[in-house]
Design a protein. Structure first.
Length: 242
């Protein structure tokens, strides 16, 4: 899952002074980036805690046109709903219900707050490369009384022409049915219909279930980043790890 809120000042990383690297190593806007090739990582596998900050390990994963098309058929009773402007809040509420008790709400605290998810959806919608054809909801039921918003995904084409998955979220109670993989397949298909051959996303390394899913779907790791979360934010969000 791509990080929704990477803004912040550059940071000093004294614990990384012993890194051995023959690859690229950069720090920008609170993100330490390590190219996968030629770099021996000395940070613990998923996170490292400093005096004022916690560093969460995340993988960038990519799939190109050589990746076979993925199935988009949904289980009986579920259906896709295409993007429309009046569904922005439905995406935000589904995103919040999907992530509020997950590790990603620790890494990106806005995901643990409904108003934060609304702000995030407005920011995604305003991006120049926002792609409606890669932005979908999964719902179950038809009438107002029975309608359930079950999953969400958003897609943006970045300045380099890469299709970036913003968030893939499936609400608890609808997991284990393949909705996440179908949402991803639907977004990738939308990118390809728009002539975008390379799709990328970021996922927190601690979310091993998601990492394995993306690998099964043909995504490969291309680099590692470390998202910096300030101590105050991390302390407030810690119960989500229990």
């Amino acid at each position: 899952m791509t990080g929704p809120d990477d803004a912040g000042a550059d940071v000093l990383l004294p614990r990384l002074s012993g890194r051995e690297s023959t690859g690229a190593l950069t720090v920008s806007r609170g993100i330490l980036t390590v190219q996968e090739s030629g770099c021996r990582d000395r940070i613990p596998p998923s996170r490292s805690r400093g005096v004022d900050s916690t560093y969460f390990k995340r993988f960038r994963m990519e799939a190109d046109r050589s990746t076979p098309a993925l199935p988009t058929d949904l289980p009986a009773g579920y259906r896709f709903v295409a993007w429309s402007e009046d569904l922005l809040d439905a995406h935000a509420r589904t995103k919040h219900r999907s992530f509020r008790d997950e590790i990603d709400a620790v890494v990106f605290p806005c995901l643990g707050d409904l108003d934060g998810c609304r702000r995030l959806m407005r920011e995604i919608r305003r991006k120049p490369g926002f792609l409606p054809d890669a932005t979908w909801l999964v719902v179950r039921g038809d009438g107002i009384a029975t309608l359930q918003w079950c999953g969400t995904i958003q897609g943006v084409v970045d300045a380099s022409g890469v299709g970036m998955i913003q968030n893939i979220g499936v609400v608890p109670g609808h997991r284990g049915l393949g909705l996440g993989s179908r949402l991803l397949a639907q977004a990738v298909a939308g990118f390809r219909r728009s002539g975008i051959g390379l799709t990328a996303l970021e996922v927190t390394a601690e979310n091993s279930r998601a990492v394995r899913l993306y690998q099964r779907l043909g995504f490969r790791r291309t680099r590692t980043v470390y998202k910096v979360v300030q101590a105050a934010e991390s302390a407030l969000a810690e119960p989500a790890l229990l």
